[in-house]
Design a protein around this ligand. Structure first.
Ligand code: NAD
Length: 311
């Protein structure tokens, strides 16, 4: 598995990262044994980055991942989790909650240090609180050796400039913006590189729109986008191919993006995704799919409080 440098952190991460939100049951139930097999398979195949959050499955993802990683030498994995989001509408980026959250995550993940701590979905709260409270608290935790690097995540791309114009960050975690249907992250890359920020891209399947199977009930995309992704999947099937491998290879293709987190819940999905990466992209089919998706290119959905939801 190819490894790429993560900004100026000095660490190298596998180009495919393990997104552990499915281990919290957000795409359907997952047993601990299956989760553990998935994590072992990922490590065996060279995946070294694991991303979770207290929000995923109301802390279940962190607990299940922590259990799966018991006994694995700490230097074999880069562990990323988040602070600030605890429910669909439950956010708290106060310094006290951030410090408590770190302790809770360390316990659930059963480690002494978390490598990357990300402020989770910052578009939902005033940027002042993130910059003036959460990030200074994270820097204190870093100085105490509890975490190593600090980042932010969220859907609207403007949040990254909002934060980075006012503070320094090691990483950002953007999702659903470097996929077959939406490549708007590309415009931000020069700015992020100038700031030496490690770029973590997530959701190569657009949170289930590009797997070829129906997306989860809660998927926030507008119907026009869901319908176009269905047409793209049907087109691939008619050509005797699948949409998912095309989507995965597209998402990881830009070397300026250090890693792409894919949500995985079984050994079979891990092995399948790694195998797909080893196959060459079908560029003719990719061009046909991009043409089908052109009417919905870069169509997204609102996320966050009203004045900062888009952009
Ligand atoms: P995704 O695009 O990676 O899609 C995940 C879905 O694809 C799941 O249903 C999974 O079971 C399925 N899948 C995976 N491999 C498959 C295969 N080979 N064949 C068929 N289906 C397959 O979306 P995601 O899980 O939301 O995103 C990946 C990770 O990125 C998350 O787990 C999380 O760690 C991170 N993330 C973070 C944020 C944030 O910070 N706000 C937002 C989104 C994602």
């Amino acid at each position: 598995m190819e490894k790429r440098p993560l900004g100026a952190t000095g660490i190298e991460v596998s180009m495919l990262g393990f997104g552990a939100s499915p281990l919290g049951g957000v795409f359907g139930p997952v047993a601990q044994e299956e989760a553990t097999r998935a994590v072992y398979a990922a490590l065996d195949l060279g995946i070294n980055l694991f991303d979770t959050a207290p929000f995923y499955g109301a802390t279940k993802s962190e607990s299940v991942l922590g259990e799966a990683l018991v006994g694995i030498p700490r230097e074999r994995f880069v562990l990323a989790t988040k602070v600030g989001r605890y429910g669909a509408a439950n956010f708290d980026f106060s310094a006290d909650r951030v410090m408590l959250s770190i302790e809770e995550s360390l316990q659930r993940l059963r480690v002494d240090t978390i490598d990357i701590m990300t402020c989770h979905d910052i578009e939902f709260v005033p940027i002042d609180q993130v910059v003036n409270e959460a990030i200074p608290a994270l820097h204190r935790a870093r100085d105490q050796g509890k975490i190593r690097f600090v980042g932010v995540s969220g859907l609207p791309l403007r949040i990254y400039r909002d934060a980075l114009d006012r503070t320094s960050l090691d990483t950002i975690l953007s999702y659903c913006h470097h996929t077959l249907n939406d490549d708007s992250l590309l415009d931000l890359i020069p700015y992020l590189q100038a700031k030496q920020v490690g770029i973590i891209n997530a959701s190569p399947f657009a949170m289930g729109l590009l797997t070829g199977a129906p997306p989860p009930e809660w998927h926030p995309a507008p119907e026009s986008l869901k319908a176009a992704c269905r047409r793209a999947a049907e087109h691939c099937r008619a050509r005797g191919a699948e949409l998912a491998p095309l989507a995965l290879r597209f998402a990881v293709s830009n070397p300026s993006i250090a890693t792409t987190l894919v949500g995985m819940r079984s050994q079979q999905e891990v092995e399948q995704n790694v195998a797909w990466l080893q196959q060459p992209q079908d560029t003719a089919l990719q061009a046909e799919v991009l043409e089908i998706l052109r009417p919905v290119h870069n169509v997204s959905w609102p996320s966050g409080n009203s004045e900062r939801a888009r952009g």
